[in-house]
Design a protein around this ligand. Structure first.
Ligand code: ADP
Ligand code: GLC
Length: 693
């Protein structure tokens, strides 16, 4: 199904687009929308160039049951705020005005822009009624190879190339395997504004370790695009794996919001056209490459899907986007003729990858790879009605059964499907691995996860010590390390107070909170106790963006407590680093927390975490013990504002009455190993376990 085009080695900054003929389902149905903001709809209305009739009508019809109104839909991670957001907008260059002639030209986010699923499919599908025991066996092997369905017709009379047999040998798109290490020309991430990274030293002291190749597939990665911890992990874990003799490629969407300085450094590696689901269209897939510190980043280019200012918008757009991305990522591996031992996918956006791997790509070269799916956050699952996901994914009927994608009566769940089909499932802490098998944390997948518990592991995240290093961090007022933290941390506190307009006073206890402002993060607890926390000796700094209610609450507190409360409603990497360094304590009172990285960053910067005992917070923060003096921070168990306040007060008590012991904990936290070293080894072991030859 992959129709290869001539490749060239020159840099290519403008993607070629698309397709042959307009997708023209006889009648179209707007996929049932989750609430789309007025802004988006307005934009759409204005920009929708093609004759709007059919789509308008479709939008009105809305025959689908209002599916995905789930938490997943509502709590879509905050749009990334990337520095230099509009920097790269190659799409503009190639946009054309009518779908008739250029049906794949990008249109900004809108429900209307996507060819909607065919109406006939919208009716609750008969096959689906098969009464099924809640968890039937995962269908991997049983899935009939759906050759016919998979056979994408390459357009323009090109011979129909079967999906299962990408033409790997015929085309050798990649001249040479990118040297995994020390590319002299490799642009360094050091140029990023955000504090970053030193070139990894010539490694392979460990080259006696078995070598494995891994394709990471996910929706975000620092420093290109990051909305939260997933971006950190996609950056840091591959770098650590390289040191363990792994050959790692990270496959990402080439979002237009990736800063221009990175876009400019990407090298064009090739392009092909790929069919997608039942759209009847062939989609452009460009591959742009960037190599840094031994890790190869391959960006999937398609302006139709990736030209929005944010990686995530709403499910109406995101479902097609990540169906496309998951399939294109595997097709790109075949195209590049780089067949990994392991395909390691992340979160629901790559949840279909293991499903594709065992169905449409089963007989293609990449079909030999084993798959791992890492759940960073079970709340987001990629749920939509079956017809829509069937339409966009082109996956065979077998996968839409209860044991795999089917979820409830009429929905398909991309993460659930990934869990069923992956060879291993991991999540980002041991405690969370247990929690998600319970009703309280299972987000209704607890039964499914229990069924698959044999292949479920918890591996706690770490942080990248080059990116997070108070001794070299360029964002800080004064650098410091374990040996001199007690002499220099105060300077960072004073600088932070000055920067944020807080009263500059060494004696104040400064509490930081750096977070997406969503229901997950325990912010209702925080907001209900702020007046009690601000006792005259304490200052609070919040850095985050997210739900309006929290943003407004924190803005309100700033207005009522000027000089002691600061609400930075923004996404600012460098400021985050300064808060980690300048605060005395950092709050993480989450309702649930798969791992959490902010408490790790804080400890590494000598700032004591105050956390709820859940998920990775429980695994990484040992509660301070007043009697023995042991521990790393202050914790509370039940989700209760009083208990949070109590934990904060215990922290203050130690700080104000026993600074000697406080300082001991500061140093203990800085010395604590929160690096990726140990955890990356566990991933490597998992890769080896799956590829024993
Ligand atoms: P989650 O992935 O659930 O958002 P994590 O604790 O795993 O939570 O990761 C959050 C990451 O995002 C950390 O690296 C944190 O420093 C960063 N971060 C969160 N909010 C902001 C912000 N407003 N500005 C800068 N960095 C932020
Ligand atoms: C998710 C989780 C967070 C975790 C991060 C990286 O966003 O909410 O707890 O640290 O992913 O794995």
């Amino acid at each position: 199904m992959v129709h290869k085009k001539a490749r060239s080695s020159k840099k290519k900054t403008t993607a070629k687009k698309v397709v042959k003929k307009a997708p023209a389902p006889a009648r179209t149905v707007a996929p049932t929308a989750e609430p789309v903001t007025a802004e988006v709809e307005t934009t759409t209305a204005v920009e929708q160039v093609e004759p709007a009739v059919a789509e308008t009508a479709a939008a009105v019809e809305q025959p689908e049951p209002a599916v995905a109104e789930t938490a997943a839909a509502v709590e879509q991670p905050e749009p990334a705020v990337v520095e230099e957001p509009a920097a790269a907008k190659p799409a503009a260059k190639t946009r054309t005005s009518t779908r008739k002639t250029t049906s794949t030209r990008k249109k900004p986010a809108s429900a209307a822009k996507k060819p909607a699923p065919v109406v006939e499919e919208a009716a609750p599908v008969v096959e689906e009624v098969t009464p099924v025991v809640e968890e039937t066996a995962p269908v991997v092997e049983e899935a009939a190879p759906v050759a016919e369905e998979a056979a994408p017709v390459v357009e323009e009379a090109a011979p129909v190339v079967e999906e299962a047999a990408p033409v790997v040998e015929e085309v050798a798109p990649v001249e040479e395997e990118p040297a995994p290490v020390e590319e002299e020309t490799a642009p360094s991430v050091e140029e990023d504004v955000s504090p970053v990274v030193e070139e990894v030293k010539p490694m392979y002291e460990m080259s006696n370790l078995p070598r494995r190749s891994i394709a990471f597939i996910g929706s975000e990665c620092h420093p290109f695009v990051k909305t939260g911890g997933l971006g950190d992990v996609m950056y840091a874990l591959p770098r650590q794996l390289v040191k363990l003799n792994c050959d790692v490629r990270v496959i990402l969407p080439r979002y237009a919001c990736i800063p221009q300085k990175f876009q400019e450094k990407m090298e064009y590696r090739g392009e092909f056209y790929m069919d997608l689901g039942n759209t009847g269209r062939n989609y452009y897939v460009g591959i742009m490459e960037y190599v840094c510190d031994g890790v190869v980043y391959d960006f999937i280019d398609n302006q139709e899907f990736f030209s929005s200012g944010n990686p995530y918008t709403n499910l109406v757009d995101d479902i097609p986007k990540y169906c496309f991305f998951s399939k294109a990522a595997l097709a790109a591996l075949n195209y590049l003729n780089w067949i990994p031992d392991i395909v390691h996918c992340h979160d629901w956006q790559a949840g279909l990858v293991p499903v594709y791997l065992r169905t449409l790509f089963k007989d293609s070269p990449v079909g030999h790879a084993r798959s791992i799916l890492t759940i960073h956050n079970l709340r987001f699952q990629g749920i939509y009605n079956i017809p829509t996901i069937r339409y966009w994914s082109g996956l065979p009927n077998e996968v839409f059964q209860m044991g795999a994608l089917k979820d409830g009566y009429q929905d398909a769940n991309m993460l659930k499907g990934g869990i069923a089909y992956a060879d291993r499932v991991t999540t980002v802490s041991g405690t969370y691995a247990g929690e998600i098998q319970t009703a309280e944390y299972g987000e209704h997948l607890e039964g499914h996860l229990r069924y698959h518990s044999g292949k479920l592991r918890g591996i706690v995240n770490g942080i990248d010590y080059d990116m997070w290093n108070p001794a070299t961090d360029p964002a800080l007022a004064e650098n410091y390390e374990l040996g001199n933290v007690l002499d220099h941390k105060m300077a960072n506190k004073l600088a932070l107070q000055k920067e944020l307009g807080l009263e500059q006073d060494e004696g104040k206890f400064v509490i930081g909170l750096i977070s997406r402002l969503t229901n997950q993060k325990g912010l209702d607890l925080v907001s209900s106790i702020i007046p009690m926390v601000l006792d005259g000796n304490t200052q609070v700094v919040v850095l985050g963006t997210g739900d309006r209610e929290y943003e407004d609450t924190f803005r309100y507190y700033e207005s009522t407590h000027r000089g002691t409360f600061c609400a930075c409603i923004q996404y600012d990497e460098a400021r985050a680093h300064r808060i980690y360094a300048g605060a005395d304590a950092l709050l993480v009172p989450s309702r649930f927390e798969p791992c959490g990285l902010t408490q790790l960053n804080a400890m590494h910067y000598g700032t004591l975490p105050i956390v709820r005992e859940t998920g990775g917070l429980k695994d990484t923060v040992e509660p301070y013990n007043t009697f023995t003096g042991d521990g790393n921070g202050f914790t509370f168990d039940r989700y209760d504002a009083g208990l949070l306040l109590d934990a904060i007060n215990r922290a203050k008590t130690l700080y104000f009455t026993n600074r000697y012991h406080w300082d001991e904990v500061v140093q203990r936290d800085m010395a604590k190993d929160v690096s990726w070293e140990n955890s990356a080894r566990q991933y490597k072991d998992l890769y080896l376990e799956l590829t024993q030859w």
